[in-house]
Design a protein around this ligand. Sequence first.
Ligand code: ADP
Ligand code: MG
Length: 208
Amino acid sequence: MTAYERHPPHPVGGTIEVIAGPMFSGKTEELLRRLRRATIAKQAVTLFKPARDNRHNTTDVVSHDARRQNAHAVADATALEAVVDQLIDADKMPDVIGIDEVQFFDYDVVDTCNRLADRGIRVIVAGLDLDYLGRPFGCMPLLLAHAEYVTKLDAICSITGRPAHFSHRVEGGSEDVQIGGAESYQALSREPYNDVVVRSHHRVAPSE
Ligand code: ADP
Ligand code: MG
C-alpha cells in the first residue's frame, strides 16, 4: 500500500489555520471575523472555547473590543470531538470549526485538529504563542507546525507604543494558567518586556 492510499486526499479540503500572538493582539477579533465571513457564505460554523476561561459569559467568546459569539464551552479535546460527532450524527456537519484560547487545551487537541481537518473541516484556532514568562505555550508550537496557514498578530506596547509580542503579568500569582484581562496583563515589546520580566524572573537570584 502506498502512502497515498493510506492517506487519501481530503474529501473537501480541510485545513488548520492558527491565529497566534500576545494578549490584546486581536486573535479573538480575527477568529470571529473569519467565522462571520464563513456564516455570510452560508457555511455551518461551530465555535468552541475551553470551559476554564470564565472571564466572560460561560457560553460566549468575547473579544476585548466587545464582539461576541455563542460557543460551546468544553472541558477538553475529547469533549470537543464528542460535540462534533453529535452534530455529524444529527446531519449538521460543520464546515468551519473555531477554537478560541486553544493554548489552554492539552496536547491531544493537536490530534483532534488534524482529525477534524482530515474529515474536510476548516479548523481555525486562536491562542497565545508565548506564556507570561515568554515560553512557548503548551500545544501551540505543535499547532503552528501542523497548520497550513499561520497568522501572527501583534498588540500595541503599553510602554513604547510599538508593536508588542509579549504578554506581561502585571499582578497576581505565578501559576502557569491564570485567567485575566487588562487588570492582570499588559502587552509589551521586547525591550520593556526584558526590563520588567526577564530581570525579575530569570536574571536576579532569589537571595539578591
Ligand atoms: P486577543 O484575543 O488577542 O487577546 P482581542 O481580539 O480580544 O485580543 O482584542 C483586541 C482588541 O483589544 C483591539 O482591537 C483593541 O480594541 C483592544 N486593545 C486593548 N489593549 C490593546 C493593546 N495594548 N494593543 C492592541 N489592542 C488593544
Ligand atoms: Mg482572545
